[in-house]
Design a protein around this ligand. Structure first.
Ligand code: PAF
Length: 282
């Protein structure tokens, strides 16, 4: 397993890899790796000869200083975890200075409105920050395929849009959400929950499952009202948004169309930690 902190050395190593006609997968992460990340890495290893796992807590995608500071960082543990997965993993763990120099700023993207809803409404500038770092990682690693989890489904659609607009010739692959045994979507942020809240946090997933069961017979507004009333009754969790939206455009569903795919999206605060999840409805 190789570990690089600098773009130049990584690029030169990957040139050698490509010279030997070996394929390259990319799994971008912000570290604090859990089983969800490892499943992305394993999927990437099953489809490529080597896999670059980037570990970088990207400052430009955080709209709150506090959230950035509290984001868990555990490089040594992450390296040990990846060492156990495969020696075909290459870790890229740059510093903020290596990525941004003294200009810690996002580029500005036109995402065709995908960034104006849900996460985009509540996290100012977030997707420009994600676009900036993912574009840089894709251009640096030039992978055959890059892998992203569907937990951040809106992010996945935005990255696809960015790759299309910038004509980046890399295949973007979405991978299913990994869940803790009781249903909570795996996230590095789960570590910041108290034991009790973490145990109870399958409430989010169970609510999504019930919303799905209502989807066949009730309209989106009734389902959203029901979700809100469930959260109003639960003192551990504060609902930020619940939305039923078209998978492709991410626009809220007004009237169900037979040929469209819909998902329920949710963002919740628990113990001051922001959690998101989503579930395909049809
Ligand atoms: O999903 C994440 O962990 C991050 O948003 C990503 C894609 C690694 C970009 O920093």
């Amino acid at each position: 397993m190789r570990l690089f902190h600098h773009k130049k050395e990584l690029v030169s190593h990957l040139d050698d890899v490509r010279g030997k006609k070996r394929t390259i997968g990319l799994v971008p992460t912000m570290g604090a790796l859990h089983a969800g990340h490892i499943s992305l890495v394993k999927k990437a290893l099953s489809e490529n000869d080597v896999v670059v796992v980037s570990i970088f807590v990207n400052p430009t995608q955080f709209d709150k200083k506090d959230d950035l500071e509290k984001y868990p960082r555990s490089l040594e543990k992450d390296v040990a975890l990846l060492e156990n997965v495969s020696d075909q993993v290459i870790i890229f763990a740059p510093t903020v200075d290596e990525i941004y120099g003294d200009n810690i700023k996002s580029q500005s993207y036109e995402f065709d409105g995908l960034d104006k809803v849900m996460e985009g409404e509540f996290r100012d500038g977030h997707f420009n920050g994600v676009g900036t770092i993912v574009e840089l990682l894709l251009r640096t690693v030039a992978p055959d395929k890059a892998y992203f989890g569907e937990k951040d489904f809106q992010q996945l659609q935005i990255i696809r849009k960015m790759a299309e607009l910038k004509k980046l010739p890399y295949t973007i692959i979405g991978c299913p959400i990994e869940r803790e045994s009781h249903g909570l979507a795996m996230s590095s942020r789960n570590e910041r929950l108290s034991k009790t809240t973490r145990e109870q946090a399958n409430f989010i997933y169970l609510t999504l499952e019930t919303a799905k069961s209502k989807f066949g017979t009730e309209n989106a507004k009734n389902i959203a009202d029901w979700v809100k009333s469930e959260f109003d009754k639960n003192p551990l969790f504060d609902l930020e948004y619940f939305e039923i939206a078209d998978e492709a455009t991410l626009t809220p569903m007004l009237k169900k169309q037979d040929n469209q795919k819909y998902r329920a999206f949710i963002a919740v605060y628990a113990d001051g930690v922001r959690l998101i999840d989503n579930l395909r409805l049809n």
